[in-house]
Design a protein around this ligand. Structure first.
Ligand code: 4AD
Ligand code: MG
Length: 464
């Protein structure tokens, strides 16, 4: 039997009673009194389901078709015809329905037709891809990931696979997950001091990476334009709708580039990948607009069509201070912006994407380039409405003496190889990191970042 995907079937404009075979999972079923059942079949190939009309004359109509419930796996043969019903153009008049997998105890099947809360669906992470919402998120996530790789490929960037296990803390925030083969439970091998890690697998303390930046910088200073795109890990105990302990990050890095080039790249990159989603995911975006957030398509179009506003940190502080908003956290020069400040600036003040640059040196990482004022560094964050910070980046400190000065003394030995890059043909270079799941929340309008990744990891949750 030659099975076709529902996507292929539905892509046809006209049909002349063509005989076809499809397979997938039953989303829902309605039995009419006239002895016909209407089945909605989904196979993952596209967002839409296919309507299957099952007549009483099927030999297993009474014994099986009437007993089918949501989630059953089926093979269907029949004629593809133009549909008389309202919602779809095409349907299958079934001549044979084979049940490949029953749903045992349908009463216990968690993904029934009714609408579930996203909180509940997180407890069913293995079955939630069978819902409309998670089908659509999965499709958009896939399209975006491809658009990202294509963007860089077309623009002659090399994709560098940076390590997941590392011994350095790129962001210096101490939010690291330890990687070790030492037996922490047995008393004989107890770990009392740092030197005990000499006995560990790698002969030193190692962790899951928080960012591939330091390693990708080395490739940048040989290959010119590079990026890394992979999982990153942060043991920050933030139970918020914007933080995951495991998330995917896209980090381009460009040689002979300054902060302005970096912002230009970020703006062009975002516009370009979002245009791909607008062109390729119309059905999914219409779903999100109708069911999740009525502004999603508009805000994507706004981002594509308007120049990003650019201001300096000092200006942002002035705007916040003179606003009439009552913030929970006070604003003053030298303090990092809280999420309420970022959202006020993007949502109320600019009502669109906003780039803030030149932050105080004290609140930013050691690798960011010191500006001539010696008070600020060449850093930039991009904020968008509904999310806040979606991108963080900077021009890197390419001058060894200043880098050493900004480094924590214990790092000077540890990052000898990173310092080498400043000794052997150092050039100005810059890059940024885009949080892939934050981007997905922006595109889909989903509120919680735990719904933007198949299996979310956050404090207390690693079940699946
Ligand atoms: O601002 P961050 O920490 O920057 C870096 O890691 C740099 N090394 C990037 C670079 O310059 N190459 O993180 C970058 C982005 C943030 O803007 C945010 O979108 C996302 O990563 N992000 C998170 N996303 C989900 N959960 C978390 N816990 C995140 N922390 C950061
Ligand atoms: Mg940041």
């Amino acid at each position: 039997m030659n099975f076709l995907s529902i996507k292929k079937l539905l892509a046809q404009d006209t049909v002349e009673n063509q005989s076809v075979a499809v397979r997938g999972w039953l989303r829902s079923k309605r039995d009419s009194k006239a002895g016909i059942s209407f089945l909605s079949l989904h196979d993952g190939s596209c967002f839409a389901s296919l309507q299957v009309v099952a007549p009483q004359s099927l030999n297993n109509y009474e014994s099986e078709v009437l007993k089918l419930t949501s989630g059953c796996a089926l093979e269907v043969c029949g004629d593809l015809v133009c549909s008389k019903g309202g919602e779809q153009n095409l349907e299958i008049q079934a001549s044979q329905i084979t049940v490949v997998g029953w749903v045992q105890n349908p009463d216990t099947y968690p993904i029934a037709k009714k609408r579930h809360s996203f909180e509940f669906l997180r407890t069913q992470a293995h079955l939630r891809p069978r819902t409309n919402t998670f089908t659509a998120i999965t499709q958009i996530r896939n399209t975006l990931a491809n658009a990202i790789h294509n963007y860089f490929y077309k623009n002659n960037f090399y994709w560098i696979n940076t390590p997941i296990i590392t011994s350095s803390d790129c962001e210096g925030a101490g939010e690291l997950f330890r990687v070790s083969t030492l037996d922490f439970l047995s008393r004989s091998s107890s770990v009392d001091s740092k030197s005990d890690f000499e006995k560990d697998f790698f002969g030193e303390e190692t962790f899951l990476t928080v960012s591939g930046q330091l390693e990708v910088e080395a490739y940048c200073l040989a290959m010119g334009k590079v990026y890394t795109f992979g999982p990153t890990f942060r043991a920050e105990n933030s139970n918020t709708s914007r933080h995951l302990a495991e998330f995917w990050m896209v980090e381009p890095e460009v040689a002979f580039a300054n902060l302005r080039d970096n912002i230009d790249l970020a703006e062009n990159f975002l516009k370009s990948i979002l245009s791909v989603v607008i062109n390729e995911c119309q059905e999914e975006l219409n779903f999100f607009e109708k069911r999740i957030n009525p502004t999603v398509i508009n805000r994507i179009m706004d981002l594509i069509n308007t120049d990003f506003q650019r201001i300096e940190y000092s200006e942002a502080v002035k705007i916040l201070k003179s606003s009439k908003e009552s913030f929970e956290f006070p604003v003053s020069w030298g303090k990092d912006l809280a999420s309420e400040h970022e959202r006020y600036l993007a949502e109320r003040y600019v009502q669109g994407p906003l780039v803030i640059s030149n932050y105080p040196r004290e609140i930013k990482a050691f690798y960011m380039r010191l500006n001539d004022d010696e008070k600020t560094v060449a850093a930039m964050d991009i904020l968008v409405p509904g999310i806040g910070e979606i991108i963080g980046g900077s021009q890197r400190e390419e001058r060894l003496e200043i880098l050493d000065d900004r480094m924590d003394p214990h790092l000077v030995d540890k990052l000898w190889w990173y310092r080498d890059l400043r000794r052997y043909g150092s050039v100005p270079h810059a890059g940024f990191g885009l949080g892939f799941e934050r981007l997905l929340n922006y595109v889909t309008g989903m509120e919680n970042i735990r719904d933007a990744i198949p299996y979310p990891r956050y404090p207390g949750h690693a079940e699946f």
